[in-house]
Ligand binder design. Sequence first.
Ligand code: PLP
Length: 421
Amino acid sequence: MKEQTLAIHYGYDKDEYKTMAVPIYQTTAYDFQTAERAANLFALKELGPIYTRLNNPTTEVLEKRIAAVEKGGAAIATSSGQAAIFYSVANLAEAGDNIVVAKKIYGGATTLLTHTIKRFGIEARIFDSDTASDLENLIDEKTKAVFFESLSNPQISVADVDKIVEIASKYNVITICDNTVATPVIFNPIEHGVDVVVHSASKYINGQGTAIGGLIVESKDLNKKLIGNERYPHFNEPDESYHGLVYADLPFPLFTLRIRLSLIRDIGATPAPFNSWLLIQGLETLAVRVKECSRSSLKIAQFLEKHPKVLKVNYPGLPSDESYEKARRYFRDGMASGLISFDVGDLEYAKKILDRTKLFSVVVNIGDSKSIITHPASTTHQQLNAEELAKAGVTPGLIRLSIGLEAYEDLIDDLKQAMES
Ligand SMILES: *Cc1c(COP(=O)(O)O)cnc(C)c1O
C-alpha cells in the first residue's frame, strides 16, 4: 500500500467498539492480570504496555504509522523533537565519543548537540551537509553518529544524502536524519540508506500547531549494523541497568527498543496520549497538506524572486536555488515543502516587514496550516554567537516564511503590502 493510505489506516485494528477514530488511552498503567504475565512483560518475553512512560496503546498506533510512512522497521514517540534528537544521539554516544553534526540545522538542535551534549563529554564536529566534502576527515574510531537535516531549517538547503550515507557506511557509523521539513511525503531518508530518521512532529505531522511531539524511526536493517559492531558496545555487551541484558540477543528492532528500555525509562520525555492522538489526526492529512503547501510555496518564492527589495530567495523549488539540483534528485514530484527564506539586506527593514504583515503571524513555528513569518537572527537563532550565526547562514536581514494552507494569492498580497508600504 502507498504511504498516503498507511498514514490513515495502518497500525489500528478497530477494537470491539469499532471506533473510526483511534481511542485515547488516557491511562498511566495497565492491568497485567497475572503475576506471570507481568513477569513476562518485564523480562521482554512478550512486548506490551507496562506503564505509560514506556508505552501506551494510542502512542503505539502513532509509532506504527510513522514507521510505515517512513518505510522503517520500528519507531518510538517522544514528548518533543528535541527529545527525539537527544535520545537518538544518547543511544549511540557517551562521554569521550564524538558525533559529526551538519552546520545547517535547527537552532535548538545546534545548542543541544554542540553545547548541552558537550557537558556530557560528547564532542560535536561540524560538517557541511550540502556537499559532505569535509565529512570523511572528521570521522574517527570514536565517532558514533552523523546527524543532519534532509531539508534544513531555516537555511532551506538540501543535504547530499547519498554522499553522506556512502561516507558514513564506509566506517559503519550510524546516520541520523532529521526529516521534519521535507516530511515523508516528499522524501524518505531510509530509502537512501539512512539508519535513523527523527522528526519534530510538532510541525508538519501535527499540521495545525496544536501539540509538541517527536518521533524516531529506525530502518529495517539497522540491527545488522548494530550487532557485532565494535563502535556500539552498548548493544553488544550486558546492560547492568537491565540485569545484564544483551540487546543484540533480542529478536526486536534494537535501536528504538533500547531507547524505550533505557532512555525513556530513565529520563522520561514520553508523549501524553492526547498529544499522540493529535499527531495521529495530523498524519492522516499530511500528504494533502504538504502537496498543497509545496504548490503555494513555489508561487510565493517566484513572487519574492522578482521583488526588487529582495536580495536572495532560498527555496529549493526555484531553478536559481543552490539546492535545486539536489531537490530534483531527491524530492518527489518537484515538491520542496513550505519553508522559504529571503534576505532583505538589513535587520530594521526585516523587522518592519514582520510588523506590517496581517495574514502571516509572527511566530516561531513551522508547518502550521496558518502561515508564519519569523526573523531567525533575533529569535530562533538568538542564542547563537556571531560566528555560529554566520556558519548557520543566518544573516541579519533573513526572513523565514512557513507557508500554510491559505490561498497563495492572499499570502502574496499580504507580503506585497508589508514590503512596499
Ligand atoms: C522544531 C524543530 C525541532 C525541535 O522540535 P520540537 O518539537 O520543537 O522540540 C527539531 N528539528 C527541526 C528541523 C525543527 O524544525
